[in-house]
Design a protein around this ligand. Sequence first.
Ligand code: PLP
Length: 369
Amino acid sequence: MSCDFIALATPGVQGLQPYQPGKPVEELERELGITDIIKLASNENPLGAGELARQAYASVGSDLAIYPDGSAYRLKNALASKLGVQANQITIGNGSNDILDLIGRAFLRPGVSAVFSQHAFVVYPITTQVAGAKAIAVPAKDWGHDLEAMAVAVADDTRLVFIANPNNPTGTAVTESALRRFMQSVRDDVIVVLDEAYFEYGLGHDLPDGVRLLDEFPNLVVTRTFSKAYGLAALRVGYSVSQPAIADVLNRLRMPFNVNAPALAAAEAALSDQAHVDETARINREGLKQLAAGFKAMGLSFIPSYGNFIAFEVPVDAMACYHGLLKRGVIVRPIGVYAMPRHLRVTVGLPAHNERFLSALSATLGELS
Ligand SMILES: *Cc1c(COP(=O)(O)O)cnc(C)c1O
């Protein structure tokens, strides 16, 4: 008899469910033997990476024996000058999920709590659970963060609050004035993590820019990523901007060389390619309109989104609808794990992708109802 290794894991780890990513295209090809599949399941950039990032990535390929710059000097400085902050305020992570994990490991433990919203990004409950801390999930309002209720929910033992703006998977966003009121009401020893993974898509709307609020609210940590609008999800680069003392804490915990050399180079190049981000945002705005019009034409309700995805509600079993779409070569994301069992989430694609998704959805609903 071998020993019960799961019982040896920490209580927090024993209670975890593995993260369920969007279904990879190759997996669906293997399972159904079909080709010409489109994946609109992981909020990836349908334009891909920009040309400058691709070139920078390729140029590092000749030096595979050399460790990356563990201090990410060049990327941090490029970010600092773009964002108008000091380089010692920045922490670079293997995706922003790495940063969220560092924050959880640094500040959470059994006996303390973290506050986040119902239907908020799934990494917050995971991080809290791993640390053995108590999760305080606050009911959503109109699918989005109810910041007034979250302020009330902050307890004496609360160390962290997570706010996703815009939020995944609902696409909802909080306004600058609501965020300011929240920050003014919260104790200064409660660290507030403002997850701006979709920041670039929200520009042009009246959403707060977390980096601009850092001087006023020293307990704020803003996280951003190169995975979404910058189109570098494969490379895993994200970062946080905070007071230097918080960056110092995260830097103590960060594994040496947590971001690889091609990723650092590509991210630095991507940062200078504003045209690619602008084009990405433009295509996304058009795509959101196209999808919204399609949902309206089918009489489906959906949650208006500030991100590059839309959660929509189906009048049939959502998993049956998901499988019907798979059969037609379209991968979307079930979001039952977010307590939204009647919704599916679709990522905005290129116009032809969106069209194909809408007609596959219409055919699937016709078949199921
Ligand atoms: C995608 C996403 C992230 C970032 O993922 P990384 O690829 O690890 O940078 C962070 N927060 C939210 C809300 C997301 O949807």
